[in-house]
Design a protein around this ligand. Structure first.
Ligand code: NI
Length: 174
């Protein structure tokens, strides 16, 4: 097990579309990546992580909405997840992202979604998720499409954020 480095925006891997995991990629290395991603997510701490955030451009995510005491109870390791159905009813949540530190954005999402994915062994799974879990999943699926929270704010707010990032970097190299 290993805690991986989480990339922050702007980074090319974060804004690229992730690719499907192929059948021949299931195996020990993929299982290792999934457990490293879960460990990285817990260490952050966070409730969801997408592979591009750790520099792997494939459709892989980990999600766990449980609180600290129940860690692992709602852990999902998803390979090639897709939303196959969504409710018209929406939910608005103030979202944060490990790859976009110090930014919170209200995002309107479907309140219920049905997700199809493959588990770490390659078996096909399908389940409904709602409310907070649906929010997390849609946020992670955004990552697989190359979308981060920063893409959901006004250009004014984005440039103000980028200025802050640049001054932070300058402080670090000073
Ligand atoms: Ni995120």
């Amino acid at each position: 097990m290993a805690v991986l480095e989480i990339l922050t925006a702007p980074h090319p891997v974060l804004s690229a579309s992730a690719r499907e995991v192929r059948d021949d990629e299931f195996g020990p290395a993929l299982k290792q990546l999934l457990s490293d991603m879960a460990e990285t997510m817990y260490a952050a701490p966070g409730v969801g992580l997408a592979a591009p955030q750790v520099g792997d451009g494939r459709r892989i995510i980990t999600v766990d909405s449980s609180d600290k005491e129940n860690r692992g109870k709602r852990l999902y390791k998803m390979v090639n997840p897709t939303i196959v159905e969504r409710s018209k009813e929406t939910i608005t949540w103030g979202e944060t992202c490990l790859s976009v530190p110090d930014l919170e954005v209200d995002v309107v999402r479907a309140n219920r979604i049905r997700v199809q994915w493959r588990d770490e062994s390659g078996a096909k799974r399908e389940e409904w998720f709602e409310e907070y879990e649906a929010v997390i999943l849609q946020h992670e699926l955004d990552h697989l499409a190359g979308t981060v929270l920063l893409d959901r704010v006004s250009s004014f707010r984005r440039s103000r954020y980028m200025k802050k990032v640049k001054s932070r970097v300058q402080e670090l190299v000073r």
